[in-house]
Design a protein around this ligand. Structure first.
Ligand code: ZN
Length: 454
């Protein structure tokens, strides 16, 4: 009894400190996880998602680093990028985070991206959406899912409804503050510079003053004020976090930006832009490298390879992966595999290198080695559908029926093809060893899918 009143006192003090009314969350954690899964499935059919490995790997890597600072916890986090040039990011309860391509293009460092992801992770981790839903006003699933969809991508529904939805899902000021505070703490623990968050928000506030709000949907669901920025500034100052020297190179972001540009703009425009930059600074290895990527992503591997070689001569380290990709695009899988093996040796967690190496190995007829690389790539980027599909096919061909069906079902699930997923997993379940993780996962997913179809 005494213990309980002590806890209650602590809760009340905390609630008062945060200025947040103490209210039971509208949903339990397992309900949140279910909501997130349902949203994920709907979003696949309705949101234009970027399925490129370069982009998925980047957000999963930064997000994953931040999530790992939370320690063991029940929510499985997933990161997606929508093919939308406007600046937006949104967290769906249960661990699903969407970032628009436009946000990644607007950011100028990994720290800024980590700032946005840290803030979204904090919203999910602290159950903000569930906590601000009045228990009496719990929306039914369908309308809540619809509202979340229009918060992620306002254009999906009509303008007025979208604005109304965003306003209804707008986080309370106290929750925004809490997400800033927690997010900055998480990202710092993950080794990012929390000033990235401040810099990025300042940039958005400037954008808001300069242009129409429609260009930055982020501000509809995450109201940004001068007060919030100065609070964040004070937080960094009081913790001494502002004095740290930035130590995160942003080459990975620059690389992702080239990829996104080639997905959103005409190829010739992108190549032209990077060519101009490379010509302005002929001794800048990074600019040569980025030009090489623009050429590679627009189907000009010969020219790309020359740019990568120039970057290497100018002293840029770590170009093995791209040189390997250029060889693969030029249909020389043996040379490609040679370079890609070096890239994997340099960084064992490079999911892109592992995925491309798997492709080269497949072209060389070494399917067992390809399967191994795919296993590693998927462990790093679990929602990379293309790799999951290939792994399922390879395992099935090798006679590993249980593994094959498991991954083919997963690929179908990731595509949002529920009937197909159900059919693969129904066949996989009796083949998977009882008591294994996969068995439990498939059993649970089947129950979920059957409930959805009812
Ligand atoms: Zn927020």
């Amino acid at each position: 009894m005494k213990g309980r009143s002590k806890i209650l006192a602590v809760v009340l003090v905390l609630a008062a400190l945060c200025g947040v009314r103490s209210r039971a969350p509208a949903w339990s954690v397992s309900e949140e996880i279910r909501l997130g899964r349902r949203f994920e499935l709907q979003a696949r059919a309705r949101l234009p998602l970027v399925s490129d490995v370069e982009v998925l790997e980047y957000v999963n890597r930064i997000g994953g680093r931040i999530v790992s600072t939370l320690g063991a916890q029940p929510i499985p986090y997933r990161f997606y990028v929508t093919r939308d040039p406007r600046v937006n990011a949104f967290a769906v309860p249960g661990g699903v985070i969407y970032v628009n391509a436009g946000l990644l293009l607007r950011a100028s460092s990994d720290d800024e991206v980590a700032g946005v992801l840290g803030h979204e992770i904090a919203h999910i981790h602290a159950h903000h959406l569930a906590r601000q839903q009045e228990a009496t006003q719990i929306l039914n699933y369908t309308s809540l899912l619809g509202m979340l969809l229009s918060a992620v991508q306002p254009a999906v529904t009509a303008g007025a409804i979208a604005l109304q939805a965003a306003a209804q899902l707008q986080y309370q000021r106290e929750f925004e503050q809490e997400a800033d505070y927690q997010g900055a703490r998480f990202m710092r623990e993950a080794g990012f510079d929390p000033r990235g968050m401040l810099n990025f928000f300042r940039k958005l506030l400037d954008d808001q003053r300069a242009g129409p709000a429609a260009a930055t949907p982020y501000l509809l669901s995450h109201p940004l004020t001068e007060v919030r920025l100065s609070n964040l500034e004070a937080l960094l100052r009081d913790h001494g976090w502002e004095r740290e020297t930035p130590h995160n190179a942003s080459l990975p972001l620059a690389r992702v930006q080239v990829r996104l540009a080639t997905l959103l703009e005409p190829a010739s425009d992108v190549v032209e832009r990077y060519r101009r930059r490379a010509m302005e600074k002929p001794e800048d290895a990074t600019q040569q490298y980025l030009l090489g990527l623009a050429l590679l992503f627009t189907g000009q591997p010969d020219l790309a390879d020359r740019a990568f070689e120039r970057a290497r001569t100018l002293g840029l380290q770590g170009t093995e992966r791209e040189i390997g990709r250029a060889w693969l695009a030029r249909r020389d899988p043996a040379k490609a595999a040679e370079w890609l093996r070096q890239a994997v040796q340099r960084d064992a967690n490079d999911a892109v290198a592992r995925y491309v190496l798997a492709q080269a190995l497949r072209a060389l007829g070494d399917e067992a080695a390809a399967e191994e690389e795919l296993d590693r790539a998927i462990a790093l980027v679990p929602n990379f559908e293309e790799a999951v599909q290939t792994l399922g096919t390879l395992a099935g061909r090798r006679g590993e029926e249980a593994k094959g069906l498991y991954f083919l079902g997963k690929a179908a699930y990731l595509r949002g093809d529920l009937d197909q997923a159900l059919s693969y997993w129904e066949r996989a379940l009796p083949l998977l060893p009882d008591g294994s993780d996969r068995h439990a996962e498939v059993r649970e997913s089947l129950a979920e899918l059957r409930a959805l179809r009812r």
